[in-house]
Design a binder for this molecule. Structure first.
Ligand SMILES: [Zn+2]
Length: 340
């Protein structure tokens, strides 16, 4: 069996229709080559969250590789992976060799029917496992970074990917390779040539013939970004602020892109209202009970003055509340309350 050429190993990061984060053409050819990975805005999980992962097929060797390699992200990002046999696990990995490699991005995974896989590893090595789990925790393709310095030889890219094994049409090639995100669709800005989210491209695909190298591990900037304030800070030192039912608390999105996470405990079953007050346009998601990754509800504008408001019947246990701003540049103080 032939090993696919590195250049053909272009993964397809799947996006749900209707979301704003479809890549767009960009004329930006940012001069900077320093820095960090990019993530799709508002697709992050809750920091500290446990994500259940199960397998759809695959032999024990393939499954063991995933169990061994994927948790590398969790040394840097404040997330936990829990491998399970549950068919309903939030993340469901298949190993179809005819399907290439792809994953849904971040919380888009919540919307996928449980009879379908959320990730496929059509081949298995350290790079592709880390890359696809990078998508799963919310990261985008580094070659679609609007600050990216890659200048494509578009004709060569299209000619190559139109043929086997991809057989992609031009629209698909533009979506997966050539198009860039808009700056307001992403977190993180500068291009990182060492990122695991950057694939290896052959020299003939680029103007000037530089190509990109094959990155096989998390780069220092990948590690710093996923553990940074816009993604999943606090690995190993998880201290989430606690809300008391009936006692409003003051909080703030202190920088654009930051997410706040609160925990509160429900003692008796009943209907509870969780809401924020303030001038910042916030989005709120409620998870629980306890360490499950189950989404109870998410809301944008149901409350007063475009504040989020969730009314839900909750059973006893500990719940996590994720709050982030809706707009790309919004920040400021707010108050949050749980009443039941
Ligand atoms: Zn990818």
């Amino acid at each position: 069996m032939n090993t696919p050429k590195a250049a053909k190993r272009i993964c397809f990061d799947r996006h749900l229709p209707g979301h704003l984060h479809v890549p767009h053409r960009s004329i930006s050819q940012g001069p900077t080559m320093a820095a960090r990975a990019i993530a799709i805005r508002n697709r992050q999980w809750t920091k500290g969250q446990t994500l259940e992962v199960s397998f759809r097929g695959g032999n024990s060797t393939q499954q063991d590789m995933v169990r061994t390699i994927a948790p590398e992200w969790c040394k840097h990002a404040n997330l936990k992976l829990a491998f399970t046999n549950k068919p309903s696990a939030l993340i469901r990995v298949s190993f179809d060799p005819n399907e290439g490699a792809w994953s849904y991005v971040g919380r888009d995974n919540e919307s996928i029917p449980t009879d379908a896989a959320t990730m496929n590893l059509g081949w298995q090595d350290k790079a592709v496992i880390l890359h696809e789990f990078g998508h799963m925790i919310g990261l985008a393709h580094e070659h679609q970074n609007p600050q990216g310095g890659i200048r494509w030889n578009e004709a060569a890219v299209i000619a190559d990917l139109s043929g086997p094994p991809n057989h992609w049409d031009e629209a698909t090639i533009r979506h997966n390779v050539l198009d860039k995100y808009r700056m307001d669709q992403i977190l993180g800005t500068e291009f990182d040539p060492l990122s695991i989210m950057l694939y290896s491209f052959p020299a003939e695909w680029t103007v000037g013939g530089a190509g990109t190298q094959m990155n096989k591990d998390l780069s220092p900037k990948d590690k710093a970004f996923v553990g940074g304030p816009q993604m999943y800070p606090g690995v190993g030192v998880e201290v989430l602020p606690r809300l008391n039912v009936h006692t409003p608390a003051a909080a703030a999105i202190s920088q654009p892109g930051e997410q706040d996470v609160f925990v509160f405990t429900v003692v008796r079953t009943g209907t509870y209202v969780v809401e924020t007050h303030g001038a910042v346009d916030l989005v709120m998601s409620l998870y629980g009970p306890d360490s499950s990754s189950k989404l109870v509800a998410t809301d944008d504008d149901s409350g007063a003055s475009r504040n989020p408001r969730i009314e839900a019947s909750l059973t006893p246990g500990e719940y996590r509340l994720q709050v982030h701003s809706y707009g790309a540049s919004a920040s400021g103080p707010y108050r949050v309350s749980v009443v039941g």
